[in-house]
Design a protein around this ligand. Structure first.
Ligand code: APR
Length: 175
């Protein structure tokens, strides 16, 4: 049975098999969680690894090693920019979580930590994004429970509370 936890803090501090990055489609690094990951992994090494991948379309993921981080791998996921909800944002965000989970399961990873993809500068409404994250991760785990731990890593308490509430209501509802 996979344990799903909510962690409040910096994703770069986590000793999990893979952390997920909220990247951009050029995999060029940036601010927010992407900037924190690049700094902590070692900017030059991670930039060089990303440059070899030739970018990543929205909704997809790419894998690199994690260099100086306590985790072993980084799954770079490119979330959608929120444009009001009618430009395929939901499908793209669902795809990020699904593809990251599939990759983790395929690679037989023990643990994975997700940031709130698209919930910073990309502007996705938090409550909807949290619903998508929890639903997609739970669905993937119903098909394969090889992962021991999934962490939803939140940078602030309001986001963490949304995850806790959503996970609790899914447990009560059996969803
Ligand atoms: N650890 C965990 N979560 C973090 C951290 C961190 N160190 N830093 C920021 N966050 C949180 C933010 O509070 C937000 O809830 O990650 C979430 C995602 O925010 P962003 O990093 O802004 O990511 P996103 O909205 O997907 O935008 C991606 O921003 O940095 C650029 O290159 C990146 O262009 C891409 C865009």
């Amino acid at each position: 049975m996979t344990e799903i936890t909510v962690f409040e803090g910096d994703i770069t501090s986590l000793s999990v098999t893979a952390i997920v990055n909220a990247a951009n489609s050029r995999l060029a690094g940036g601010g927010g969680v992407d900037g924190a990951i690049h700094r902590a992994a070692g900017h030059r090494q991670l930039q060089a690894a990303c440059a070899k991948l030739g970018g990543c379309p929205t909704g997809q993921v790419r894998l690199t090693e994690a260099f100086e981080l306590p985790s072993e791998y980084i799954i770079h996921a490119v979330g959608p920019v929120w444009h009001g909800g009618k430009q395929g944002e939901e499908a793209a965000l669902r795809s990020c979580y699904r593809e990251a989970m599939r990759l983790a399961i395929r690679q037989a990873f023990e643990s994975i930590a997700f940031p709130a993809i698209s919930c910073g500068v990309y502007g996705y409404p938090w409550r909807e994004a949290v619903g998508i994250a929890v639903t997609e991760v739970t669905r993937c785990l119903q098909r394969s429970s090889a992962l021991e731990t999934v962490v939803f890593c939140c940078f602030d308490t309001r986001m963490a509370d949304l995850y806790r509430a959503r996970l609790a209501s899914d447990r009560v509802g059996g969803g």
